[in-house]
Design a protein. Structure first.
Length: 141
């Protein structure tokens, strides 16, 4: 899903898969803007969160605008704050405002940020369902 020219847009994409000769498993090659196991693109989620943090409108208005449920918005909000804290570390997270950090990612995160987050955390930014953040012992360089 994406949000373009004031409208929610749904795309169908073809995911390329390859079979690893070493482990025998298949792996998907996803475009950078897609979050594994998510129906929503990273730019879409960041756009929703930007509106949530910077617009003086109700949660229901944001959800209606983007055609998402309130529980989805709160799940993204929680995951965003968790990943922000992991990426910045506790002290810098405390000192860096959420809107400022979100603004540094928007309109689209740069390749070094995405690859740096993945290298440090072993999962994609805003990818839910991974518990490696609980055991994160190091921060990105």
């Amino acid at each position: 899903m994406s949000f373009e020219h004031g409208l929610t847009v749904t795309y169908t994409i073809m995911v390329i898969r390859y079979k690893c000769t070493s482990c025998g498993h298949t792996h998907a090659i996803l475009p950078e803007h897609l979050i594994p196991y998510s129906s929503y693109s990273l730019p879409f989620i960041l756009t929703v969160l930007r509106d949530y943090y910077t617009r003086p409108v109700s949660v229901e208005s944001v959800c209606s605008k983007y055609d998402i449920s309130v529980s989805t918005l709160y799940a993204w909000h929680s995951l965003f704050l968790t990943h922000k804290k992991i990426w910045l570390g506790l002290l810098e997270d405390y000192l860096s405002g959420t809107v400022h950090f979100l603004g540094s990612l928007y309109p689209f995160p740069s390749h070094p940020f995405l690859s740096g987050f993945f290298s440090a955390m072993r999962h994609s930014f805003l990818q839910a369902g991974h518990h490696s953040f609980r055991a994160a012992r190091s921060y990105p360089p």
